[in-house]
Structures are given as structure tokens and as C-alpha cells.
Design a binder for this molecule. Structure first.
Ligand SMILES: [Zn+2]
Length: 134
């Protein structure tokens, strides 16, 4: 099995709803998403996929969806306040945990047609979450 990975760095803010701990407060991360593709065979160029094609499919989407945005659960009472201020908010149906962000990125990469094996989201240099499909 061949695997390739592409890292994408982005900044985001969030807080967790119904959570007792530091992450209930608004805070931010310099996140790193590591998108890994896998294939049993290589194309005619000897690649799983062209790194630049992965970048083109994923980087603009992450920039638009997550970069420098506040990621909040749809029931977070801050959503209407931040929207009224014109702040960039990304509203999720789920808590904006590293696990759920990794899954959203995985689903996007898969829907773009890439043979994604997993997405790891490094929230800090010490903490990561990964998703590898059902
Ligand atoms: Zn956090």
C-alpha cells in the first residue's frame, strides 16, 4: 500500500458547548491538518496523487470554511451575536472538537474524489485527533 500526506496549516477559534473545562472559553489554535491518501497502485507517473492537486482541492476549501473563523456549535448563544458583528463564524451541527473537524475535512477530501485513508488534525503540538472513515 502506498501512502502520501499533505499538511495544511490554518488558524481557527472555537469553544465547546456543554463542556466543563478550559475549552468552554473562546480560544484559538494554530491547527495542522494532515491529509493522507492511499493506493495499492501508482499512476503512470509513479504517484498516488499529485501533491499540487491535493493542495488545489483542499487548501482553498479549508481557507474558506475554517481559516481565521470562529467554529461554533449551532446552539451556541454567541452565534447570533458574532454574526450580527459581521465576524466570520462557521456554524456546525456538532461540537467543534478536533475529532469533528478532522471528520469534516475527511468527508470533503473523499467527496473531491481522492482515495483518502485518514485525516489527522493537530490542534496543538501535543494533541491530535484522526478520522479514517466508517
Ligand atoms: Zn481548543
Amino acid at each position: 500500500m502506498h501512502k502520501i500526506s499533505r499538511q495544511i496549516q490554518f488558524c481557527y477559534g472555537h469553544r465547546l458547548l456543554n463542556y466543563e473545562g478550559k475549552c468552554k472559553n473562546l480560544h484559538g489554535h494554530n491547527g495542522v491538518a494532515v491529509v493522507t491518501l492511499e493506493s495499492r497502485s501508482l499512476d503512470d507517473l509513479g504517484m498516488v496523487a499529485d501533491f499540487s492537486d491535493v493542495k488545489k482541492a483542499v487548501l482553498p476549501w479549508i481557507d474558506e470554511e475554517f481559516d481565521h473563523r470562529m467554529l461554533l456549535h449551532k446552539d451556541d448563544p454567541l452565534v447570533p451575536l458574532l454574526k450580527a458583528q459581521g465576524d466570520p463564524v462557521k456554524v456546525l451541527d456538532v461540537n467543534p472538537t478536533a475529532e469533528n473537524i478532522a471528520r469534516l475535512i475527511f468527508d470533503h477530501v473523499k467527496s473531491a474524489g481522492f482515495p483518502v485513508s485518514d485525516v489527522v488534525l493537530w490542534e496543538t503540538p501535543n494533541c491530535s485527533a484522526s478520522y479514517s472513515g466508517e
